[in-house]
Design a protein around this ligand. Sequence first.
Ligand SMILES: Nc1ncnc2c1ncn2[C@@H]1O[C@H](COP(=O)(O)OP(=O)(O)OP(=O)(O)O)[C@@H](O)[C@H]1O
Ligand SMILES: [Mg+2]
Length: 248
Amino acid sequence: MESTHSTSQPASGQTPPIILAQDLGKTYRSGKLEVPALRKVSFSVAPGEFVSIVGPSGSGKSTLFYILGGLTSATSGSILIDGVDFASLTDAERTKMRRSRIGFVFQRFNLLPTLSAMGNIEIAHDIANLGAPHKAELDRPLLKHLTQLLGIEGRLHHRPNELSGGEQQRVAIARALINRPAIILADEPTGNLDTKNSDAVLHMLRQSSRELNQTVLMITHNPEAARIADRILHMRDGELTHIEDGKG
Ligand SMILES: Nc1ncnc2c1ncn2[C@@H]1O[C@H](COP(=O)(O)OP(=O)(O)OP(=O)(O)O)[C@@H](O)[C@H]1O
Ligand SMILES: [Mg+2]
């Protein structure tokens, strides 16, 4: 593992990083107003690593996720996923990479209101398979495993507006994990959950990283939850101020 002082390149001889962010900057512009949301953020993440991201509201955490996931572009700096520079891809290529490699848990869930919980999970599978020559079957055993662990197996035929906030959040987590993405980006995945469900989600993410070698980046406001990670990135005013070791 990297030392807490290193922020970018891993030492030679280690596996190449799955995520390499270099001097990432993002300035939002609305009319004449400029909001600098990220400034010169550099770090790397090894495959299978579990990294927490903490920092005050407005410090740029979600912005960083949108850039890592190719949902918005950085204004400066570069981001390499598996050695591929997002900026060098066409929109179509970027979309394909995102669908096949990255699972998102959004801060505001983003469930489709007209579909049931089950429909929301299934569509993630369908979308990931769009354009693929051979459509992979939905992994039913994994679906059962996820929905049982998340305690939503009895709620799968309800629409989001018939579910509690915590239930919607757990559906969003199942949706992010159903395709076994190489990278899981989870923005406050335990924000609406009670202790029991929060523990279940954290355990699931920890297992995904440790046993399935999935790389997990999790934004959280809960210091206790953050410590479950291998490393904790601290953000403030758009900057990565320091990196701390977690309990791992
Ligand atoms: N689309 C946008 N247009 C203009 N400014 C934006 C936009 N999105 C975010 N910002 C601003 O960028 C800064 C960083 O926002 P961001 O959502 O990344 O913060 P965050 O760390 O995720 O906060 P929270 O913990 O509240 O979710 C904030 O000052 C925010 O107001
Ligand atoms: Mg946010």
